[in-house]
Structure formats: C-alpha cells, structure tokens
Design a protein around this ligand. Structure first.
Ligand code: FAD
Length: 283
C-alpha cells in the first residue's frame, strides 16, 4: 500500500512527484518517460521561470534529468480505472492492481471526444486496455478505436486474438496489413447495446461486435473514477486541489484554464501539501 499515487507525467505530475520525493512520501507515479506531448510539441516556451526561451524538447530533457537525479521512477503504464475502496484507492494499470491511501490526478485535458455509449458500456464490452481485456475477445469480432499510430502495437496484439477487427482511426494511413482487420478512416458515432456492447454505428450503419477497445492517451477523469464531480470537462477542485472525493486531489490542465505550465506546476505542489495534511488525519 502506497501513501500516494500520482497519475500523469506532465508538468503537474512532475511537480507533484518532486515534492512527494522531497517530503519522503511512499508514492507510485504513473506516466511515461516521454513525459507529455504537450511538453514535447511546444515550439518555444517564453513564460516558464528559470528556463528562458527553451524549446519543448529542451524543457523535456531538463525535467527528465531532474527526475533521474532525484532517483524518482516513472511507472510506464496507463491507469485504466480507479476504485474508491473506502479509506484507500485501487488503480488498474496493465493488468496489475496498485493501492494507495491518496490519489493525485494530473491527467491533462482530454482532447479526444468521448463517443456515445463509451462511458455507459465501460466494463460491459468497452475497454481501455488491450493487455488486460484482449483475451476476453478471443475469436470474436471487435471494434478498435485507435487515436494514434503509436497504439498500433496494441492493435496487432488484438489482431492475434480476435476473429475480426473493425479499426477506426482519425488518421488516414495505417501500416497494419492483416487479413482480419478492416480499416475505416473516421470514428464511429456510437457504441450500442443494452447491457453489453452489441454493435458500433459508423456512417449510419450498425456493425455487429462483441467489444470495443478505445486506445488513447487520456481517459475522461469522470470515467476513470466514478463519482468524481466534473464541470465542462474539468475536475472540480477547491484551493487545496481537493476534489469531492475524500483523499482524491487533482492538478494541472485537468482542473481548468488557463492551460499553462506554471499553473500546472503550482497546483501539483499544492496537491502534495494537501495530501500530507490528509495523511496526518488518516493514519
Ligand atoms: P499534460 O501536460 O497534458 O500531461 C498529462 C500527462 O498525463 C500526459 O503525459 C498523459 O499521457 C498522462 N496521462 C493521462 N492520463 C493518464 C493515465 N490514465 N495514466 C497514466 N498517464 C496518464 N503553456 C505555457 O505555459 N507556455 C507555453 O509556451 C506553452 N506552449 C504550449 C505549446 C503547445 C504546442 C501545447 C500543446 C501546449 C502548450 N502550453 C504552454 C500548455 C501546457 O503544455 C499545458 O498547460 C501543460 O502541459 C499542462 O500540464 P499537465 O501536467 O496538467 O498535463
């Protein structure tokens, strides 16, 4: 059981991890060593104190060096679900379950639109994790909604299990050439079914499937942790970064505008200080 789990490796998560380390918390941090595409892709950053006129990749290198120099490990897994277990939290990531007394969500802003039926049928045929749930769809027909070519390895994995894959991508070309994959450029309008996924609707046509995998960078936080209060796509927090769920804090773009590095970093720091107070009261 960890004291804290931090989910997301952008500036908010980095700041939270550095502060948690400085305060000797027993924590686990989920994200990737690429940190965040929103760091990587920035052309020139002019408003971050201490790093005048850096490119995104320069900022990424500086952050990574600081993380490594502090001896902090990033667990390179995507968290697919978080459960409030009453007094502690359990997170599912790559077929493993991790437990912690408190959670800081620094998951950034979801840019991919949620598809109708996606949240309602989560766990009833909708999955965010090929590794965890792929085997359930052995020899079945499934839909895979793949947000970026970087997830195509997971599509390949699913192609080795499923009977047929209907692959939907927002991008035109795919390198995936398998007899059991039909590729569509575009996203389905909905995932349909009463209690279980039965089909996806694309261009007005219902395609029968047993499951639908959504492969994407970020999952709507309200779907990740059921019961989390959201407004306009943002997690509602107070000035201590506390959400409506006791023990759950959020920081960075996921809590609202302005979408800025300095704001994300500040909130990540505040969130850890709030967690320290929370842990004192919940020994
Ligand atoms: P993000 O940086 O979005 O990081 C979130 C991370 O969490 C991502 O790596 C994501 O993969 C990971 N994650 C999400 N869900 C999960 C999960 N379930 N499990 C594990 N990991 C997960 N701001 C400025 O102040 N100045 C600038 O000059 C500037 N330029 C920008 C240029 C560009 C091109 C862009 C796109 C943004 C720019 N911004 C700038 C805004 C800035 O990038 C964001 O405000 C900042 O990155 C937000 O940090 P964050 O930590 O909240 O989220």
């Amino acid at each position: 059981m960890y004291d804290l789990m931090i989910i997301g490796s952008g500036p908010a998560g980095i700041s939270a991890a550095l502060t948690a380390k400085a305060r000797n918390l027993n924590f686990i941090w989920f994200g990737s060593r690429a940190l965040s595409t929103k760091i990587e892709k920035a052309e020139k950053i002019m408003n971050y104190p201490g790093l005048p006129a850096v490119t995104g990749s320069e900022m990424q290198s500086v952050f990574l060096k600081q993380i490594d120099d502090c001896g902090i490990t990033i667990t390179e897994s995507q968290v697919n679900s978080i459960y409030d277990c009453g007094g502690y939290f359990a997170a599912g990531a790559d077929n493993e379950i991790y437990e912690a007394k408190a959670v800081i969500m620094t998951v950034g802003m979801t840019t991919t639109r949620e598809i109708e039926g996606e949240a309602r049928l989560l766990g009833c045929g909708v999955s965010y994790c090929a590794t965890c749930d792929g085997a359930l769809y052995k020899n079945k027909d499934i839909a895979v909604i793949c947000a970026s070519p970087k997830f195509e390895d997971e599509v390949t994995f699913l192609a080795g299990l499923a009977n047929h894959i209907y692959l939907f991508t927002p991008y035109k070309e795919t390198t995936l050439q398998y007899d059991n994959i039909t590729h569509f450029n575009g996203l389905p309008a909905s995932v349909d079914g009463d209690k279980k996924v039965a089909s996806v609707t694309f261009k007005g046509e219902a395609i029968p499937v047993s499951g639908a995998f959504f492969l994407k960078d970020s999952i709507n936080p309200g779907v990740l942790l059921s019961g989390l209060d959201m407004a306009g796509g943002h997690i509602i927090v107070d000035r201590t970064q506390m959400t409506n769920i006791d023990g759950v804090y959020a920081a960075g773009d996921c809590t609202g505008r302005p979408y800025q590095y300095a704001k994300a970093v500040g909130e990540g720091n505040v969130a850890v200080h709030s967690v320290l107070e929370y842990l004192k009261e919940h020994k």
